[in-house]
Design a protein around this ligand. Sequence first.
Ligand SMILES: *[C@@H]1O[C@H](CO)[C@@H](O)[C@H](O)[C@H]1NC(C)=O
Ligand SMILES: *[C@@H]1O[C@H](CO)[C@@H](O)[C@H](O)[C@H]1NC(C)=O
Ligand SMILES: *[C@@H]1O[C@H](CO)[C@@H](O)[C@H](O)[C@H]1NC(C)=O
Ligand SMILES: *[C@@H]1O[C@H](CO)[C@@H](O)[C@H](O)[C@H]1NC(C)=O
Ligand SMILES: *[C@@H]1O[C@H](CO)[C@@H](O)[C@H](O)[C@H]1NC(C)=O
Length: 435
Amino acid sequence: MLTRLVLLSLPFAVALASAIPFRGYQHKVKESIHGPPSGWYRHAPAPKHHMLELKIALPQPKFPELEQHLLEVSDPSHARYGAHLSKQETEALLAPHPETLDVVGKWLALHGLAEEDITRSSANDWVTIRVPVGLAEEMLTTEYHVYRHVHTGESIIRTTSYSLPEILHDYIDLIQPTTMFARFKAFKSTLHWTNHTPADPNPSGSTITGPAGNQVDASCNNTITVSCLRQLYNAVDYNTSATNGNAFGITGYLNESTNNVDLQQFYRLQNPSAYGSNYTSVSIHGGKNNQSYEAAGLEANLDTQFGFGLTWPTPGTFYTTGGEPIFNPDLLTGTDTNEPYSYWLEYILAQDKIPQSISTSYGDDEQTVPRSYAIRVCNGMAALGARGVSVIFSSGDGGVGDGVVYPDKPLGHQCYSNDGLKTPMFLPVFPASCP
Ligand SMILES: *[C@@H]1O[C@H](CO)[C@@H](O)[C@H](O)[C@H]1NC(C)=O
Ligand SMILES: *[C@@H]1O[C@H](CO)[C@@H](O)[C@H](O)[C@H]1NC(C)=O
Ligand SMILES: *[C@@H]1O[C@H](CO)[C@@H](O)[C@H](O)[C@H]1NC(C)=O
Ligand SMILES: *[C@@H]1O[C@H](CO)[C@@H](O)[C@H](O)[C@H]1NC(C)=O
Ligand SMILES: *[C@@H]1O[C@H](CO)[C@@H](O)[C@H](O)[C@H]1NC(C)=O
């Protein structure tokens, strides 16, 4: 690391000496993709005034040390098992070098962005700025376009390549939204809908042997209930507690709201002792939890009903995060953003106390997320792990395929690489695929 810092100091000294730093430095391509991923086509130049919320990732030189802590404190056979890091210790291991803050700050100032125009993550490893497309194009020597999705008509403002002054390449890991075309998805369970809710779901009293080797109600073969989950996981005797210090979180995205009336009805049918209880709702980046009946979200309802129904009276929190990258074709009025995990991570890592278990049923095809961006989001998940949080993500509904159902296509028709070569391949889901 010492060597690296010494090397980095050189161009910085030159920059300081020059009256206008960064001028006179060649712009060099920082990231580029061969073209938009399959399904997207270039529609029109992006309106210059359209706002982009750019996230700039600053290098985390001490991340390998953080990862080492994570591996040790998570390993039941290691002496340091359970010795989780504090918020302050974790942030010290995510923090960029002070010189990085200085150099990047000067570059932003050159483009008229003062400290009050900048939002920083609590470890200072992410910088967020809101700029019009025109300014972003100047800063990144690129051109943004409106891209449309062939099947859904959704629009997104992106580019296929961006550049930075060469001197900045070592001080910035990535800037998005630029080359990221992720189509963020909710993973719904493949529930079979029935209006029939039997008072006694297992009237025959017959049992079958479950995957854990114990006997479970035979009806669990067809109808999943909270009771079935406890039986299938062989956790019938585990007593959840409101006071043992445990806490549990569920995340929601894509404007999905969890309806409190539905939740109470679910409790009444599935776990009557939870009836009348409540959970904490936290809104991040404009996330919604709209109690209008029409606004109830399938995914948010499913996740909170089964999650809180299973864990009550363990205190539950629903984190609803706004900011999704996809836009309505003709409504390019909001702010173009990234996929929203980085917003959630920024919020949660800034908290002193975090639930020990957090479950998420959303994800993207891994190949639509640039590697550099995926690594940084995975690093954030690792930081949560080092702090003792079990972060659970869904692995997808489509087996090894993409799980997207298009009316006119056979399931699995999308199982190809999006690098222009169309190599047949499995499609792992991000962030479930984080190491
Ligand atoms: C459970 O369902 C599976 C798949 O439909 C079936 O093969 C199996 O026989 C069922 N088991 C019982 C005990 O009903
Ligand atoms: C759970 O609570 C019940 C009722 O109070 C008690 O009989 C049982 O022993 C408890 N189980 C455990 C594993 O503590
Ligand atoms: C979420 O809500 C915003 C504002 O109401 C709307 O513009 C956007 O299209 C919605 N997104 C989804 C995925 O429904
Ligand atoms: C339960 O919590 C939600 C979200 O915090 C709130 O909107 C709602 O009013 C609460 N319901 C009751 C019955 O307290
Ligand atoms: C809540 O949802 C309803 C129905 O979709 C909608 O009419 C209303 O405007 C929404 N309220 C907010 C605050 O978004």
